[in-house]
Design a protein around this ligand. Structure first.
Ligand SMILES: Cc1cc2nc3c(=O)[nH]c(=O)nc-3n(C[C@H](O)[C@H](O)[C@H](O)COP(=O)(O)OP(=O)(O)OC[C@H]3O[C@@H](n4cnc5c(N)ncnc54)[C@H](O)[C@@H]3O)c2cc1C
Length: 343
């Protein structure tokens, strides 16, 4: 998703782009839950402001995609509920509340979401929500396929070599591509590409998800151990956070944990049939913030990786930033916390 959004944004500014990539089991973008949750998955400082700006970039972005592709990406901006299930949990939620938050007492919560009537209240995070990341990916792929400025190459990158004026990408088919700018956006695998330098800090963190065949909620809801996300006529429950290398399989234990965390938030889900379960590999950094910006030594190498738990949230805005960096446009956001050489 980061590679597609970056390629599209750069092409929109009139430049030609070659997108080199291959599909792999465990890709994060199709696996994700699609939450746009900067108020809950909360950073501090300018990174927090970046998350809010990323969320608020979405309405115009899905509009543009609908115009260009005919695909309307479902976007939920109803707000996210952090459900309190114990006195201690309620205290914790109130203590860490943002000025933009509002506490809903049990009666208000029941009126808003009858399926949460067992809870002791909830913290309401306005404007957060979710996007259907699978539909978003389809729209991005369609835009790339129907446009003229992005050429896609189905190939595995085996190494990159950078100099001040250009970077060369080598692939397993023996091809070599040189460009004035190369953007590294290879998800959890990015640090394994020889020459990727500062992306070596990125590691895979497996997340397992389940889907239920009913949709008792309209809002995304977080509980103490997980979250549930309404999508179409179904609900997604998540997720684990595991360090197991590049193993993208689900486990009985992981799925059991996710189900129990989801059903604790919304008990009626336990009555519904579970559909599929799946796993993906988040590209995580030690501080859970992306690596976004130019290589300090080689200006031709640009990092757009390590988006950790918020890559869907940040994809459209990351595309804008990459297009600014490539075209030399002034940056409107503070990226200091995302500096590639910070680890
Ligand atoms: C279970 C789960 C739940 C999540 N929930 C959310 C959420 O609710 N909200 C949110 O904002 N984020 C969420 N995320 C995080 C989000 O999915 C990621 O941060 C984001 O998708 C990363 O996008 P990416 O393009 O960097 O990586 P990916 O989607 O993994 O894409 C990387 C691409 O690079 C390709 N590639 C890798 N190496 C090479 C190579 N050497 N040569 C060629 N191609 C290569 C891969 O095959 C893949 O196509 C979740 C992730 C998971 C796993």
């Amino acid at each position: 998703m980061i590679g597609l959004a970056s390629a599209i944004a750069v092409a929109e500014r009139g430049l030609s782009v070659t997108l080199v990539g291959e599909r792999r089991p465990g890709e994060a973008s199709p696996a994700a839950a699609g939450m746009l949750a900067p108020s809950v998955e909360r950073a501090v400082g300018p990174a927090y402001d970046f998350g809010i700006a990323a969320r608020d970039r979405y309405p115009a972005y899905v509009e543009l995609l609908a115009e260009r592709t005919g695909i309307r990406v479902p976007l939920n901006r109803l707000g996210i509920l952090q459900v309190g299930l114990s006195e201690k949990g309620v205290k914790g939620l109130k203590k860490t509340a943002l000025p933009t938050n509002r506490w809903l007492d049990p009666k208000e919560l029941r009126e808003l979401e009858p399926a949460l009537s067992h809870a002791k209240g909830a913290m309401f995070n306005p404007n957060d929500g979710a996007v259907d990341n699978t539909v978003l990916l389809s729209a991005l792929r369609k835009l790339v396929a129907t446009g003229t400025r992005v050429t896609t190459m189905d190939d595995a990158v085996t190494g990159i070599e950078s100099s001040e004026s250009s970077t060369t990408v080598k692939t397993s088919s023996g091809a070599k591509y040189s460009a004035r700018y190369v953007v590294l956006a290879a998800g959890a695998w990015v640090g394994r590409i020889p020459g990727s330098r500062f992306a070596r800090a990125v590691e895979p963190a497996r997340g397992q998800l389940v889907s239920y065949s009913t949709a008792p909620l309209r809002h995304v809801a977080y509980g103490p151990r997980g979250y549930v996300v309404p999508r179409d006529e179904s609900t997604i429950g998540g997720s684990t956070m595991e360090s197991v290398g590049f193993d993208a399989n689900t486990t009985d234990e992981g799925i059991e944990k996710v189900r129990s965390a989801s059903e604790e938030i919304c008990p009626s889900l336990s009555l519904s049939k579970t559909g599929s379960s799946w796993a993906g590999l988040r590209p995580v950094t030690p501080d859970m913030l992306p690596i976004l910006g130019r290589d300090p030594e080689y200006r031709s190498l640009i990092y757009a990786c390590g988006h950790s738990r918020n890559g869907v949230l940040m994809a459209p805005l990351t595309g804008d930033i990459i297009a600014d960096l490539v075209t030399g446009a002034p940056l409107s956001l503070d990226l200091s916390q995302f500096r590639p050489d910070r680890f």
